[in-house]
Design a protein around this ligand. Structure first.
Ligand code: SAM
Length: 252
């Protein structure tokens, strides 16, 4: 993983959990949602995957664990988290108490068909082995394979210098090839831009966490690198060169 990605997904993830702990429990979930920032996307996925009480949900590339906690709060699922970054795993354990294993999505440390459902939110474009992520999500879920993705797609191929360091945004065409190679079918999908806006109450908590992070760590290199990454992502989304999509998938 690049230095900038480690700053964002390891160091800043752990700082985020520290800040959220200091601010209070009502800040944990908004602070812990770092890729799938809009609760409307999570609500849509929770419904689409028909998550039920007591079912196991693998969150692959879980980061600080906010989305898994959101699903637990809504449907009393039992989340299991995976992320290659130690700081992210520690952050998720400390805020939510979920089991979080350090591993790559392309080599999941689980047997076949052990989860009722799985999702991977804002992760695909951060991985070189995108086919591996999809094959592994398919392998570890029981039929019919209730899978959710948040993906960011490039409208046209982007050169490496035009994307945040370490990211590889697929195009719609390359995503379709990846899904078909993994034998996954899209049941329904939405553009993130078409979802309801982030509620003001949620956004104010995200802003408070951001403010405290900047105050505490604004002078540090990891913060600068992480900010550069998210600014670049913001520009790509802002001018439409990259668009966000939420997908509900099944095996087959
Ligand atoms: C944009 S963040 C999203 C975090 C979380 N899914 C969320 O929505 O809040 C991307 C996450 O993918 C993780 N990641 C990067 N490479 C990965 C890999 N090979 N396997 C699993 N996760 C990976 C990063 O460590 C990071 O936590």
């Amino acid at each position: 993983m690049s230095e900038a990605m480690s700053a964002e997904f390891d160091t800043v993830a752990e700082w985020t959990a520290e800040v959220a702990r200091d601010l209070g429990p009502e800040f944990f979930i908004p602070a812990g949602c770092r890729g799938s920032g809009n609760p409307a996307a999570l609500d849509w996925l929770v419904d689409e995957l028909e998550l039920g009480q007591g079912e196991s949900l693998l969150d692959c590339g879980a980061g600080v664990g906010g989305p898994a906690a959101f699903a637990e709060q809504r449907r009393a699922v039992t989340p299991v988290l995976v992320d290659p970054e130690g700081g992210a795993c520690r952050a998720a354990r400390s805020l939510f108490g979920f089991p979080a294993t350090r591993a790559s999505a392309s080599q999941l440390p689980f047997g076949d068909a052990v989860f009722d459902a799985a999702w991977s939110l804002g992760v695909l474009c951060t991985m070189p082995d995108q086919a591996g992520l999809l094959a592994e999500l398919r392998r570890v879920t029981r039929a019919p394979g209730r899978l959710g993705l948040v993906v960011f797609l490039a409208e046209a191929e982007l050169s490496p210098q035009d994307q945040p360091e370490g990211n590889h945004f697929p195009t719609e065409e390359s995503l379709q090839q990846l899904l078909s190679a993994a034998e996954l079918t899209v049941v329904r999908r939405r553009r993130t831009a078409d979802l309801p806006e982030i509620p003001a109450e949620w956004q104010s908590k995200v802003d408070a966490v951001e403010h405290a992070l900047r105050r505490r760590h604004g002078h540090e290199e990891a913060w600068r690198l992480s900010e550069e990454q998210s600014d670049e992502m913001g520009r790509l989304l802002g001018d439409g060169r990259v668009t966000g999509h939420v997908l509900s998938l099944r095996h087959g």
